[in-house]
Design a protein around this ligand. Structure first.
Ligand SMILES: Cc1cc2nc3c(=O)[nH]c(=O)nc-3n(C[C@H](O)[C@H](O)[C@H](O)COP(=O)(O)OP(=O)(O)OC[C@H]3O[C@@H](n4cnc5c(N)ncnc54)[C@H](O)[C@@H]3O)c2cc1C
Length: 290
């Protein structure tokens, strides 16, 4: 279907974009890669009266390390992450951007759009929850930073205030003895996850000294598997401990049954993927390249 009528603006500065967003309020939508918004408009699930196309804001496309963080401009394309030498030092992030959709989508889709859309089926929310990322927004009141734990507040609902634009994602640079992994099960390449698990952990000898786990597409709102984190924290990561963590994630998630599988199937897949992701993260923390 062809989208309905809308007014189109292409600001050339962040200030101009914020002013337009403030002026048009709830009737306006930001357009980034368009890979979620345009399909939603075609199906008339979204019918904005005004489109504010931010693709001219080239200052929002960057990947750099600074102040103990990886800083990613919100307009950075998935394909740029995949090709970045810096991102190779962030295996959880690299795993994630490689399994989002297909290369055509990844050439257009942006990291900021993936997060701002707040779709529990999208892959970046779980990964940013596992990293404990910080999301930077600019709006009429200036700049503010939002902890990723506070960003996803409902189905397709984020914590951005009226007039705010997501501008940067900040991931703490992992230190020695840390490892991360993203493991996703999809029906076919390019599809959204049946379930997927993002893990970022630190080891102290054989013990897990810190861990964060995010889950994809098994809850109405992107979520952390906090019960699984509790099962792993401070423990030696034996098979029994991993199984307990997998079971905790399966019990805590809240999937709905659909064409991708029943509730029971998705819970069990989440149990299995949690164990696989933790094992892979541990191997990487120990210096392996799995
Ligand atoms: C065939 C197909 C398969 C896909 N498979 C996957 C998949 O497996 N995994 C996955 O994670 N994603 C998948 N996607 C979604 C894709 O990654 C989207 O592009 C992404 O979710 C949204 O990014 P975008 O830049 O295209 O945003 P847009 O579609 O332009 O915008 C999405 C929403 O975010 C808002 N927005 C965008 N940028 C900002 C910003 N900087 N500040 C505030 N609000 C903003 C927009 O107003 C809109 O509401 C798929 C898409 C397609 C078409």
């Amino acid at each position: 279907m062809i989208p309905g009528q809308f007014d189109y603006h292409a600001p050339t500065s962040l200030d101009e974009a914020i002013a337009l967003l403030t002026e048009h309020g709830e009737d306006a939508k930001i357009l980034a890669g368009g890979q979620s918004l345009i399909p939603a408009m075609r199906f008339r699930l979204a019918q904005p009266e005004t489109i504010i196309d931010i693709n001219g804001l080239e200052d929002l496309q960057y990947i750099r390390e600074e102040d103990g963080h990886l800083a990613i401009g919100a307009l950075t394309r998935e394909s740029a992450l995949e090709e970045s030498e810096i991102v190779k030092r962030y295996p959880l992030l690299l795993d994630t951007c490689r399994v989002i959709a297909d290369p055509l989508v990844r050439n257009a889709a942006t990291v900021g759009g993936n997060l701002a859309h707040a779709d529990p089926a999208n892959d970046h929310p779980a990964t940013m929850l596992a990293y404990g990322a910080e999301l930077v927004a600019h709006g009429p009141e200036g700049r503010r930073s939002i902890a990723v734990d506070d960003f996803f507040i409902g189905l397709f609902e984020n914590a951005l205030a009226p007039g705010e634009i997501l501008t940067e994602i900040r991931i703490p640079t992992p230190g020695e003895g840390t490892g991360g992994a993203y493991v996703k099960l999809e029906r076919k390449v390019g599809d959204y996850a049946i379930s997927a698990v993002a893990v970022q952990l630190s080891l102290d000898g054989e013990r897990c000294s810190a861990v964060r786990i995010g889950l994809t597409n098994v809850s109405p709102v992107p979520m952390r598997a906090s019960d699984a984190e509790a099962a792993l924290s401070g423990q030696e990561l034996t098979d029994d401990v991993l199984e307990a963590a997998g079971q905790a994630a399966a019990a805590q998630c809240d999937p709905s049954g659909d064409l991708r599988g029943s509730v029971d199937y998705k819970r069990d897949i989440t149990r299995v993927l949690t164990k696989r992701a933790v094992r892979k993260a541990v191997e990487r923390a120990k210096g392996g390249s799995a």
